[in-house]
Design a binder for this molecule. Structure first.
Ligand code: UN1
Length: 510
């Protein structure tokens, strides 16, 4: 595929016009910190960074908003996310374009990211009438036990470049119906996507007569994130990023008895069994391993294939990798866009060298494309590496499109390999043998938060709880009952008996 990458002026103008259409005051952006588009490696936009003091002010404003918002009935709060979802639908192409421009996602995946935002708004709207507590039988006559769920407080969201808008939306749509304002520190690599997303929410809030400052954005460096993490006014810190970041965030929030919701690294594997449908398996693997240029936390990084099928599988994967259209993510037909930056490419090169030093064989990809046209853009060929076993480099997450393929003979051995990494986000098994599939999803199976059968590791729907175990951080966001993390539970005992019997039969008469 021959790609011509667009020039700096063209992309910068497109970014500016698109952000403006979403309601961003582009003339007030400032020029303090420039961003680069991974599409052509050239300057795209600039934004003004705030400091830790601005976080203080934002949290104080959010605290005010909380006092008003918690009094608004949840279904009325739902009307806000409903309107937000409508505006997202109206500006779906705009936001997707900004995502492609700022982080290099192909158009279809960028549209998919905005669709996740729309979906979570629908979900949160329904949820706004379903924030159920339980009633519980009391052991005492004339008593009732019940639990109620109340708004928690200000939620701080720290998000990463690879899902520059959807992760915020998952948190924000749920937080808003739960009665919580949000202060967002987006990736500093994608300020326009953040400002455009937030502008649409602000418009929805103004139209719905919601209190001011329910949603605020603080763009800046690590000290801005740290200020959110340490702020006693932030009840919940929801942070998505590397395990290294989470290791810093978790204890700091715990120290002040705040709540944290961590979505950290993944090192996701698929087990391919002898009975697997190889056509479906190859498609599932290639989307999860090469899609988003390997930059999802759910990206498939390991394949554990039975010795009966590994050779055929590797041949077919190599053939598919050879056909991957790599190039301008905004050109129809492209399936693999650029890596986010040079550092990502260097990490990929380093991991490939380590893999070869540890006995691996590079079967496909690994090279760089379009370097002549755009020296500052890093288009990498997704790499397929055959490994003799699960060596050290395979147990580490490299945020780039590298897929390691290893053999197994007994399914128990494959499951042990799946689980023998520090991360525990997503996992898959490809099989037509029901007993194998059942074992994989059983308590003796995968130890991950996401366990799939006959589909890849990435591309989860928003209706389920999303997150993982071990070094992935243990947090759950998005659907199912993840909303409980954004509320506080009160247990109420109501005595209508006119007597005062004590629980556990305790006597205390004065
Ligand atoms: C992430 O990579 O941070 O399951 C989130 C998926 C997407 C979300 C990924 N729905 O791949």
């Amino acid at each position: 595929m021959v790609t011509t990458l667009p020039g700096a002026e063209e992309l910068a103008a497109l970014a500016r016009d698109t952000a403006k259409r979403c309601g961003v005051d582009v003339d007030a952006l400032g020029a303090q910190v420039a961003t680069t588009s991974p599409v052509n490696g050239e300057r795209l936009a600039a934004a003004t960074w705030v400091d830790a003091g601005a976080v203080d002010a934002a949290v104080a404003r959010a605290g005010e908003a909380f006092l008003a918002w918690r009094r608004v009935p949840a279904p009325v709060r739902g009307a806000l996310v409903k309107r937000f979802g409508e505006l997202l639908t109206e500006h779906k192409e705009d936001l997707a374009a900004l995502i492609s421009l700022e982080v290099g996602k192909i158009t279809s995946e960028a549209l998919g990211e905005v669709q996740e935002m729309i979906d979570i708004c629908d979900y949160a709207l329904g949820l706004s009438r379903q924030l159920y507590g339980r009633t519980i039988s009391s052991e005492r006559p004339g008593h009732r036990l019940m639990e109620t769920w109340h708004p928690l407080g200000v939620v701080g969201v720290i998000s990463a470049f690879n899902f520059p808008a959807a992760v915020w939306a998952w948190n924000t749509a749920i937080a808003l119906v739960c009665g919580d304002p949000v202060v967002w520190k987006p990736s500093e690599l994608a300020p326009l996507t953040a400002l455009a997303s937030a502008a649409l929410l602000e418009r929805a809030a103004a139209e719905q007569g919601a209190p001011a400052h329910l949603s605020q954005v603080v763009i800046g460096g690590p000290e801005v994130g740290e200020a959110l993490v340490d702020h006693p006014g932030v009840a919940l810190v929801s942070a998505t990023g590397s395990t290294r970041m989470g290791r810093a965030v978790g204890p700091r929030v715990a120290e002040r008895f705040g709540r944290s919701l961590l979505e950290l690294g993944g090192n996701n594997a698929a087990i391919v069994c002898p009975s697997a449908d190889l056509d479906l398996t190859v498609r599932g693997i290639v989307f999860s391993a090469a899609g988003t240029a390997g930059q999802r936390c759910t990206t498939m990084r390991r394949v554990i294939a039975h010795t009966d099928v590994i050779d055929a599988l590797v041949d077919r994967l190599a053939e598919a990798y050879g056909r991957l259209p790599i190039g301008n993510p905004m050109t129809p037909g492209t399936l693999v866009g650029p890596l986010i930056n040079e550092r990502a490419y260097e990490a990929m090169r380093g991991a490939l060298d380590a893999a070869v030093a540890q006995g691996g064989r590079l079967v496909a990809g690994g090279g760089r494309r379009l370097e002549d046209q755009a020296p500052g853009a890093y288009y990498a060929e997704p790499a397929l590496v055959r490994m003799p076993q699960q060596t050290t480099i395979v147990t580490q997450e490299t945020f780039a499109p590298i897929l390691y393929v290893m053999p197994y003979e007994r399914l128990e051995e494959a499951i042990a390999l799946n689980n023998a990494v520090p991360q525990g986000l997503s996992s898959s098994i490809f099989t037509r043998d029901q007993a194998e599939a059942e074992l994989f999803v059983s308590p003796e199976g995968s130890d991950c938060g996401i366990v799939n059968v006959n589909i890849g590791t990435s591309g989860a729907e928003i209706g389920g709880a999303f997150g993982g175990e071990k070094e992935t951080g243990g947090g759950r966001e998005s659907g199912s009952d993840a909303w409980r993390g954004y509320m506080r539970r009160a247990t109420n005992t109501i005595n209508y008996s006119g007597e005062l019997p004590l629980a556990q039969g305790v006597e205390f008469d004065v």
